[in-house]
Design a protein around this ligand. Sequence first.
Ligand code: SAH
Ligand code: MG
Length: 196
Amino acid sequence: MVNENIIKQIKDYAELNNVPIMMDESINFIMKYIKDNNIKNILEIGTAIGYSAIMMSSVDSDIFITTIERDEKRYLEALKNIKKLKLEDRIQLIYHDALDVKLEDTYDLILIDAAKAQNQKFFQKFEKNLAPRGTIITDNMQFHGLVEQENKDIKSRNLRQLVRKVKDYKTFLEKNIRYETKLYNIGDGLAISRKL
Ligand code: SAH
Ligand code: MG
C-alpha cells in the first residue's frame, strides 16, 4: 500500500496548482484492470506530477512503469514524489516530448493521458511497443464533457478544433479492427483498446 498521507499531499498540490490528475473513478478502474489482467509493465504518456504512475505501481510490488513528461516543473515535482515514496526503482521518469522519444521495450499496458489533440499520434507511435494482446487505455475521451456537446455551442474556435480531434480519435479507435475498443463512461471517459 502507498502512504496515504503522501498521496493526499500530491492530490492537494494538484488541486492547488491546477494539475489535471486522473479522477478517482478512473484511476480506480485502471488499478482494477491492472490487477485483473496481471499487468506488470506499463508505459504512460503524460506523467504530470506522478500521481497516476504512483497509484498504478501500488497495485503490486513487481509492477514497472516508464512515464514521459515534457513540462519541467511537473517532471521535477514527479521526481520528488517518486523519491519520497522510494519508488525510483520501479518508476522510470523520462523528461522529454513523448513524440520524440524512442523506446525499445514492450509493455502490457500503455496509458495515454497527455495532449488530447495528439492522441492518435501517440497511439500510432507507441503501438509497436505494445505486447501481444496488450491494452492501450486513453483518458479524457469526453474531454471535460465537451464531446457530448453540439459543436456549434462551443464558443472558442480553438476548443472546437480540440473537441473535433478527440471525436476523430474516437472514430479512429472504433474503425481500428486490430483492436477491440470499449468506451466507458467513467470519470472523463476512458477508452480501453485491447489488441486482438
Ligand atoms: N497522468 C497524470 C496526469 C497527466 S496530465 C495523472 O493522472 O496523474 C497531462 C500531462 O501530459 C501534462 O503534465 C502535460 O505536460 C503532459 N504532456 C502533454 N503533451 C505531452 C507530450 N507530447 N509529451 C510529454 N508530455 C506531454
Ligand atoms: Mg487525464
